[in-house]
Design a protein around this ligand. Structure first.
Ligand code: ASP
Length: 327
């Protein structure tokens, strides 16, 4: 162990970064096959960045990630904060932004926590996992990464867990923050920050993962032209809270509007309006007399994470709206 280097813990969860398939090919592979030691061995230079420790926590496709598994990651980090200077989580890209935002709300440290993954399996030509992991360790070891909330290192860029979104199904620069750009760049192992998220995170949230025994059931309903109202009714009967992925800046058809009024005013359902555009702002609520929560600029999937955690604390609509404006 080198005294001058930071101690970084890499937590493996699977995904394409740990995927294997036909040599040279980017499609037709299985995610979550390699253990972390196989990945780390492919990047000899990583050991000059930090003292590397690792644990293979899961080896899954990130579509099989769950609140219970994210809780396990959160608790592991929270319980081992004193042992390490920073943390890296390797993760499948399909739900990376959801795990990142969840961690951003429940991790209790100012130390860097960085997520990364890959779009190409380890066996493909020009796979991106090695460089992404190398840069994630560089970011987690960097002094300036402290107190910025959970970060994502991907495709030579730095993103905040609050705003990052996957925006390509196959390109290696698969993430961005849409209108908000990114927080910074990474060239080789050099870190360049330019922006910061102003939203409250980590040590300053009121969510304590140790106090959550059971997660409320929050589901997403997608509105589109001619969408069948029966889907909304079914979800309403089978959930504690609903995110409606609306059109535009929070609009739905007349029949959906009437049913939502019924759910809110007659059945006291907790409903959040987000936009299927996942960019821009949903902030108008006048028609519902402040009985609908607006997602602000939070994406539909992240609105579900926040409402799930919010419902472990309160059912008060105005308090939950405050959460959406603050987090
Ligand atoms: N299906 C994979 C996963 O999310 C995709 C990826 O990692 O890029 O685990």
């Amino acid at each position: 162990m080198k005294e001058c280097l930071k101690n970084i813990l890499i937590i493996g969860t699977g995904g394409t970064i740990a995927g294997t398939g036909t040599t040279g090919i980017t499609c037709h592979y299985e995610p979550g096959k390699l253990k972390l030691n196989n990945l780390i061995d492919k990047i000899p230079d990583i050991k000059s960045l930090a003292n590397i420790n690792y644990i293979d926590m899961f080896n899954i496709d990130s579509c099989d990630m769950s609140f219970e598994k994210i809780s396990q990651i959160s608790k592991y980090i929270n319980n081992n904060i004193d042992k390490y200077d920073g943390f890296v989580v390797t993760h499948g890209t399909d739900t990376l932004e959801e795990t990142a935002y969840f961690l951003n709300l429940v991790i209790k440290t100012e130390k860097p926590v960085v997520l990364t993954g890959a779009m190409r399996p380890s066996t493909s030509l020009s796979n991106d996992g090695c460089l992404n992991l190398y840069q994630a360790v560089a970011l987690a070891s960097h002094e300036e990464s402290k107190s910025k909330g959970v970060l994502i290192a991907f495709g030579d860029s730095i993103y905040s867990a609050r705003d990052v979104q996957k925006t390509s199904t196959y390109k290696t620069n698969a993430f961005n923050q849409k209108d908000l750009g990114c927080l910074g760049f990474i060239r080789d192992n050099k870190i360049y920050f330019y922006n910061i998220s102003n939203k409250v995170h980590t040590v300053n949230t009121e969510f304590d993962i140790n106090n959550i025994q059971k997660f409320p059931k929050v589901e997403i309903v997608y509105f589109y032209m001619n969408s069948d109202i029966k889907i909304l009714k079914f979800i309403a009967q089978n959930s504690d809270g609903i995110i409606i992925s609306c059109a535009g800046c929070g609009t739905v058809s007349t029949d959906w509007f009437e049913e939502i009024k019924n759910l809110v005013f007659e059945k006291n359902k907790i409903i959040v309006f987000s936009s299927k555009i996942n960019n821009g702002l949903v902030n108008i609520n006048k028609k519902f007399e402040n009985n609908i929560i607006c997602a602000n600029n939070l994406s539909t999937e992240k609105s579900r994470i926040l409402l799930t955690l919010a419902l472990t604390k309160t059912h008060d609509i105005s308090k939950i709206q405050e959460f959406f404006d603050k987090y």
